[in-house]
Design a protein around this ligand. Sequence first.
Ligand code: NDP
Ligand code: 2IT
Length: 442
Amino acid sequence: MSEQAYLEEIFAQVQARNPNQPEFLQAVAEVLSTLAPVIRRRPELQRLGVVERMVEPERIIIFRVSWLDDANRVHVNRGYRVQFNSAIGPYKGGLRFHRSVNASVIKFLGFEQIFKNSLTGLPIGGAKGGSDFDPRGKSEWEIMRFCQSFMTELSRHIGADTDIPAGDIGVGGREIGYLYGQYHRLRNEFTGAITGKGQAYGGSHVRPEATGYGLCYFTEEMLKEKHDSFEGKRVVISGSGNVAVYAHQKATELGATVVAMSDSGGFVYDANGIDLARVREIKDRHGRLSEYAEAYQEGSRGIWNIPCEIALPCATQNELEEQDAKTLVKNGCICIAEGANMPCTPKAVRVFEESGILYGPSKAANAGGVATSALEMAQNSMRYSWDFSKVDARLRDIMVSIYRNASLAAEEYGKAGNLMFGANIAGFLKVADAMLSHGISY
Ligand code: NDP
Ligand code: 2IT
């Protein structure tokens, strides 16, 4: 059987086993579409069923989360933790609280996390979790009670050497504080079992900034390849949450002008540069970007019509479609790097590839967040704290090396310049080798 036919057969099995899970199937299809040259060179991977094992989560935990609102009414949400792959280290990945969360979304994120975490060069396996709880419109006390109830169950399944959650959409510093408080109370031990913690209780410098900063460090490397930089460029950033805000800060520091940002309702455009202090003030009190006032336009997808040289999608999956990609290219975009997980649809990615513009896939470009989480784990293990400049320098080195490794793998396997191809292969190979070493038992 040809490598291609073998991979297609695996995909058919994944489809049959995971019906109605479009996001998960999309993520698996993308990775499998890049593995044929690896299987060709390493036939033992096929013989020992490494890919078949990798597309099946080691463990999926689904649990009830009941909580009381401010009027003492009972609510029930569903909690998830997908412990996808622990071949190279303890399960690691964020928690997402958003009404759109379901098994498909958490499994796609957990699957991507395997390769992303491998690319960081640090010993962390892949996982993801979350809930369909919608934080929007909830009071501070409701958020706290929800986090406590969620952790009451999750605490049985995690630990500093087992599985280390962190933030994602809807889970920021406030939620991590409540989650960690409950974990600490239940377990009566102070360990680094969650990352993204506050500075006062074991958090790492640079973790809040890490995904956005790392995205810009990675983008810088992509641009360098073309003897170019952020200097004087117009940048469009979708989203206005954790990743988007710090991508704005770093891109601006590197000489660019961020001309647009968005949220799920719409976007703001300002040719002179979006005022980050204003955006942060709104976000810090959990307000809406529409309060940015006169410049706000309804409809978040409209942001891709704004001419720019660099586009950084930093909101959510499949937020940038084929037509948006064509518009960006037509308007002179030279580089796109993904801060969000899988923000571009497969057809949009094809447009970028065919047009020859620079494209940085999420599992490489946004790996700075989880990499800095791993640095937080290292500091927690040592009961020590590094200063801001040390962590920032480490983060930069990690992003440069992710870029190099993805770039080299693309070249070595016959698709020079294709970072999606290279990131998948480089991320895959390390996990595959670890699985081969461990034998077949799970
Ligand atoms: P936040 O919750 O801080 O911000 C999310 C932003 O995205 C908000 O502006 C939100 O708008 C917008 N958004 C969310 N859902 C949608 C949607 N369906 N349509 C349009 N806009 C939407 O999350 P983060 O900044 O942490 O995460 C953003 C992305 O980055 C996610 O894909 C996440 O998986 C990824 N990521 C995050 C990392 C981290 O360290 N935090 C690390 C690596 C990747 P609104 O407020 O209106 O909902
Ligand atoms: O998607 C991601 O990489 C994250 N949300 C960060 C995960 C982490 O463990 O820091």
